[in-house]
Design a protein around this ligand. Structure first.
Ligand SMILES: C[S@@+](CC[C@H](N)C(=O)[O-])C[C@H]1O[C@@H](n2cnc3c(N)ncnc32)[C@H](O)[C@@H]1O
Length: 518
């Protein structure tokens, strides 16, 4: 998570405006191990001298919590400029403290960095989607996903005048998973403050092994609501302000139902999703045709089937108690089957947070000892790569064929980004492809991606080096293998996105969009 997005951050007096010189960054004060980390990862320390990044907010789509950019501008007394192409995102000028503003207190706005908004944008959330957010807390991206499910197409929310009860026409859900109960509490509070809790459930779990499929009973409940509202006709429509029964009304009779029903709405949503995909594929057909790791098929060892083989689903798993779920999702039977895999998965992986200036600034005030302990200690760095790989693999395992996985971090290190993605593609060879990301659509300049490490790729493929090997030499292949390797490295660099304060005027952020083929 980028701490720009943390609910707690919003209330802090961190000021990334040049008017507050004591908060600017001094490169000389950086601790030695951080300097060496930056050098090793080819991260330009100059990014930490950028102290005047614009701040961003997202406007709440709930019809009862809307605010226009003009209204917000009047309230904040500062310029509020919509970001073209990224719905409901606005750029703020100055260093206004959001917690003091009424729109924030009322849940009408979220503080969120633009780069994080793009990660959600890359998920292409559509009505009816069931989204999994691994490493969800404190929940900026999860709230944005929930908001998109509320806001999009035929998804509506209506608040009954009499009971003030939220009547939500849910066609999709978001499931958040995080290992930290403290951070999940913040996530739950955020959902509630922004009145998005009807769409979301949260689990405290290890994202590398989490195995709960998307809610299945919701299909049945929804189909009944739709059927009920049709058959009960006008009288029923008058009885409910929205023309539909509320999900809370129906859940008592429906929540035990565990069988999937393909409802018309959902198939319509799928159709829409594929249409969008096809359009995008047309626009980006040149990139799409670029080689992937299929080219290694002649030289690689047969692929090992692992626990994460993309089809395996543990049976007879005990029901997992959610950390939070609205009534309508609380008693979901948690059915285990291919058919209940998620449409979209975001793995916003735990990382060293080195891309977040706000985060690094905090440590300058708090003391570098805790930064060292939390992020720079060698054992921590060593285990981080494994954690990121396993989070991504598990996210992939829980994604349906044809679905999208977005992998993101707020680190700028190659090892946590391009190397993880390259390792992943080499490991699941043939079952996933990188997809072009809509970078130009938003007109935000990106930074150049880094070349993924040959050793990592060759190791994942099991391709032996023709060189003598050894720590210093690294992998070496035949001329043909080297050419293919270089082509693949280029492909990863071209298809992933990097944002940094210097190139993009955003926090440092990395993301890759992966399409699961099988
Ligand atoms: C980069 S932050 C996520 C930010 C979040 N996606 C957002 O938009 O607000 C990384 C999160 O990963 C969580 N985490 C670390 N290890 C984990 C694990 N093994 N399983 C699940 N979550 C984990 C941390 O508690 C932390 O909340």
């Amino acid at each position: 998570m980028d701490d720009d997005e943390d609910d707690q951050y919003i209330g802090e007096t961190i000021n990334i405006n040049t008017n507050n010189p004591q908060k600017t960054f001094s490169l000389e004060n950086l601790p030695a191990e951080f300097v060496s980390f930056l050098a090793k990862n080819e991260i330009d320390p100059a990014i930490y001298t950028v102290t005047d990044l614009p701040r961003y907010v997202r406007l709440n789509p709930d019809p009862h919590l809307t605010i226009t950019p003009q209204e917000l501008e009047r309230e904040l007394g500062t310029r509020v400029e919509p970001v073209p192409g990224l719905e409901a995102f606005c750029r703020l000028e100055g260093s206004t403290k959001l917690r003091n503003c009424q729109a924030y207190k009322d849940g009408r706005i979220f503080g969120m960095d633009l780069s994080s908004g793009i990660a959600v944008y890359a998920l292409d959330v559509q009505p009816g989607d069931h989204v999994l957010d691994i490493c969800c807390a404190p929940g900026a991206k999860l709230c944005m996903v929930a908001g998109l499910l509320t806001n999009s197409g035929n998804v509506r929310s209506n608040r009954s005048q009499s009971s003030n009860q939220l009547h939500m026409d849910i066609t999709g859900t978001v499931t958040g998973v995080d290992i930290s109960p403290h951070r999940l509490s913040t996530c739950r509070a955020l959902l509630k403050r922004h009145r998005l809790q009807q769409h979301a459930r949260l689990f405290q779990a290890d994202g590398t092994t989490f195995g709960v499929m998307r809610p299945s009973a919701i299909d049945t409940i929804r189909a009944r609501i739709m059927a009920g509202s049709k058959s009960k006709g006008h009288q029923h429509q008058e009885a409910t302000s929205s023309g539909k029964r509320s999900l809370d009304d129906d859940e008592e009779e429906d929540e035990q139902q565990g069988h999937a029903m393909e409802v018309a709405l959902e198939s319509e949503a799928r159709k829409q999703f594929h249409t969008n995909y096809a359009n995008e594929a047309g626009e980006n057909s040149t990139k799409r045709q670029r080689p992937t790791l299929d080219m290694f098929s002649g030289m690689a060892q047969p692929q090992q089937e692992t626990l994460f083989n993309g089809t395996e689903t543990p049976l007879n798993q005990e029901k997992v108690v959610p950390f939070y779920a609205p009534k309508v999702l609380r008693n979901d039977p948690q059915l285990q089957s291919e058919g209940y895999k998620y449409d979209k998965v975001i793995v916003d992986a735990e990382c060293t947070h080195d891309g977040s200036i706000a985060h690094i600034l905090k440590y300058e005030s708090w003391g570098w000892d805790s930064f060292h302990k939390n992020f720079m200690a060698q054992d921590r760095l060593d285990s981080l790569t494994d954690l990121q790989r396993n989070l991504l693999m598990n996210g992939f395992r829980l994604t349906k064929a044809g679905g999208i996985v977005v992998y993101s971090t707020c680190s700028l290190s190659r090892a946590q980004n391009e190397d993880v993605v390259a390792w992943f593609l080499a490991t699941v060879r043939g079952r996933a492809v990188l997809e072009p990301l809509p970078k130009h659509a938003l007109g935000i300049p990106t930074a150049a991606c880094k070349r993924p490490c040959k050793d990592v790729i060759a190791g994942a493929l099991g391709v032996p080096s023709i060189g003598a090997g050894g720590v210093t030499e690294g992998w070496r292949g035949t001329e043909a293998q080297e050419a293919e390797m270089a082509q693949f490295q280029e492909h990863v660099m071209e298809m992933c996105l990097r944002y940094d304060p210097l190139a993009s005027r955003t926090s440092g952020f990395f993301l890759a969009r992966i399409r699961k083929l099988a």
